[in-house]
Write a protein that binds this ligand. Sequence first.
Ligand code: BGC
Length: 418
Amino acid sequence: MFRKRITAVAVGLVACHALCAAAADTKTVEVMHWWTSGGEAKALAVLKDGLKAKGDAWKDSPIAGGGGEAARTVLKARVASGNPPDAIQMLGFTIPEYAQEDYLQNLDAVASKEDWDKLVPAPIQKFSKVDGHWVAAPVDVHRTNWVWANKKIFDQLKLTPPKTFDELVADADKIRKAGYVPLAHGGQAWQEATIFDSAVMSAGGPKFYQQALVKLDPSALGSKTMEKAFDQMRALRGMVDPNFPGRDWNLATSMVITGKAAMQIMGDWAKGEFASAGKQPNVDYLCFNYPGTDGAFIFNTDQFAGFKKGDASLPGEYAFASTIMDKGVQAKFNQIKGSIPARLDVPQDGFDECGKKSMNDMRAALKTDSMVGSFAHGHAMPDGPKNAVYDVVTHFFNSNQSSADAVKSLVAAVKNSQ
Ligand code: BGC
């Protein structure tokens, strides 16, 4: 459905080329993104400064909304009206979907000059390249199977990072009895999906995760193992406070930072909020893998693609892509953002302990085929099934549905979406 709609508006986009080319002569790069939280905005400033250092101007087009749902909707509308931004933050399968409709700039000239083929891990390149051509520049690697914990609360209650899901449940009980919210959560579909990434991995491990959420194998989707993932979701639902519906992810992080809540299950952009508030890992907060997911690295990577608008826009877009991939920019950006560089040659110096752990874990996971794409952030399955699974997960989390029924809905929803 998505492709048909995009094809239908292609005529409008072609009509825009002459007008857009004139605007692009100024080498101002309009960048659309959804980095509007405190930590995200600080990290974004590194990219802005990097582009300015190349002599180009940055036109900022922020679209608030964690996970990028709102930004994707705005992008569709702007493409439909023939007025896409020059560059846009994109996740996973969205990149090949736009590239296959011939909307994205070919970045091969910059990529080969700067040797991106050798610098970027294969699972990331899978989304940056389409039919062997670079169409997006990856700036970071985020990981979703993290728990962020308030160290003061953990110390007070003599808790250590739980190794199994049952231990997490037992800890949550102690935390609630001591008067804290065990789990800070924002009730938005993408945040529930983010937790589901970890629950599926914990219940079944990397092979099962791939079979179910990447290959969409009905027997894995409908299995008892998948029921266990929903059981974990049900237990986690019992750990949140009554005000969770609609809460933004960074407000949930703030509950952990301020000691109202003990833990948050979230990608490491949450670490950007701790850093922005002046908090230190192992002093103020703890970072550990969601129980049962040691060795697995569930990734999402923020990439920037440039939209075709006539050749005149290319110098600005090339300069932007080159900024994104700059070694120094990736070091500085990722230390603030909470993620790790998409380039493998950036040294660990300057990264905190959580960042170093992530860099080491990613390298280990690459060797064991345990670096898998995040379902929640569009790196496991295309948008059609992804949205269908979002609905199943969020309905389950916000109702009393049984795990057995959720699994049946999951199989049906994936089947209908294909
Ligand atoms: C992006 C992150 C971003 C997070 C919250 C994710 O989809 O990959 O860069 O910080 O959403 O907005």
